[in-house]
Design a protein around this ligand. Structure first.
Ligand code: HMG
Ligand code: MG
Length: 308
């Protein structure tokens, strides 16, 4: 089996990463992080979310982040849970948003306080409203390989939620292993099942790395033909509604793996490592990226304190 010659990376660190860090960064620092990620060659970056700031305070002031980081060469996106969120995103000048559904009822309720069906009805309105203003919408399905509350998740359920997101007008569906419990063969079977309703070129792989399986899972998805991968600089973050879940796979680790396989990403690993060191200094933590740690060790020290 072969893998795609080119992979598009969606950098989710400024959203998925920062939403679950103890330290809340200012809009200026968040925008500077985005600028540094752009300087590394990343063109698709999730900048934040328009959600309740009582629930996720780290993502407050996403409108300011979008204003400060407005680089015409960048595709910035922001998470939106409802019509109020889409109004805020439009007012902030967003050109791309993302809605986030789940394949598990309990996770849906805990994350966005409604059932899967209610969320899909709400998102259809959000997507239509965005489209009326020329804004495109990405869709997420969470808990595609397991739920922190319900355990195993049926791939048929994942496919049906992914199909509904495509049907309502999402241009791409990102499959989220929210708690990082997947392994390569289950990941591959799940993607094959979803690909019966959503074409592979419209699917993205979104793996958290709780059990250290994320790179292997990504490789399994690439072999099936997925060519869009979500990742977070320095492996930051997690999900506030998935206790114990680790951050996303680190972008540095994905870029290193793809570079070594001669798969094009357009991303400079050196510049990316600089962006990762920058955000780790701001957060006063060590990177979760194995590649960043290896580079720091080779240089004879780490820029940031060694706390994970
Ligand atoms: P609710 O309580 O059902 O909503 O929450 P509500 O309409 O009753 O409003 C409650 C409060 O939120 C009110 O404020 C609203 O004004 C406010 P109050 O009157 O109490 O002061 N509110 C808002 N504020 C700002 N922006 C909005 C907005 N809407 C309502 N758009 C709601 C429902 C969805 C709002 C809430 O549950 C929420 O904000 N959840 C956030 C969930 C979240 O951000 N989760 C993390 C992202 S998902 C993820 O990480 C997974 C992913 O990475 C993929 C993967 O890994 O699987 C995407
Ligand atoms: Mg996530």
């Amino acid at each position: 089996m072969s893998v795609p010659q080119r992979v598009s990376i969606v950098e989710v660190g400024p959203r998925d990463g920062l939403q679950n860090e103890q330290r809340t960064l200012s809009p200026q620092i968040r925008a500077e992080l985005i600028d540094r990620l752009a300087a590394a060659g990343l063109t698709r970056i999730e900048a934040g979310s328009f959600v309740s700031s009582a629930v996720v305070p780290q993502m407050a002031h996403t409108d300011e982040v979008l204003a400060l980081a407005s680089n015409p060469n960048l595709r910035l996106s922001a998470l939106v849970p409802n019509l109020r969120g889409v109004s805020a995103a439009l007012a902030a000048g967003a050109k791309e948003i993302a809605v986030f559904a789940a394949a598990s009822e309990t996770f849906s309720k805990r994350n966005i306080n409604c059932s899967i069906e209610e969320s899909l009805t709400r998102y259809a309105e959000v997507v239509a409203e965005a489209r009326r203003h020329g804004v495109i919408t990405r869709g997420y399905v969470s808990c595609v390989l397991g739920c922190p509350y319900e355990g195993d998740v049926d791939s048929g359920r994942v496919a049906s939620v992914a199909g509904a997101l495509l049907e309502m007008g999402c241009f791409e569906v990102s499959l989220g292993d929210t708690i990082g419990v997947g392994a390569p063969l289950p990941a591959r079977r799940m993607v094959e099942r979803v690909a019966r309703v959503v074409p592979l070129e419209k699917l993205a792989a979104h793996f958290h790395d709780t059990y250290g399986q994320a790179l292997a899972n990504i490789f399994a998805c690439l072999e099936v033909g997925v060519s869009t991968v979500d990742s977070s600089v320095a492996g930051l973050g997690g999900c506030p509604f998935a206790p114990g879940a680790a951050g996303n796979v680190a972008t540095e680790d994905v870029v290193y793996m793809l570079d070594r396989m001669d798969v094009e990403t357009g991303v400079s690993l050196d510049r990316l490592l600089e962006a990762g060191a920058f955000v780790c200094r701001q957060l006063n933590r060590a990177p979760a990226s194995r590649v960043a740690l290896a580079h720091a060790a080779r240089r004879g020290g780490c820029d940031a304190p060694l706390r994970r």
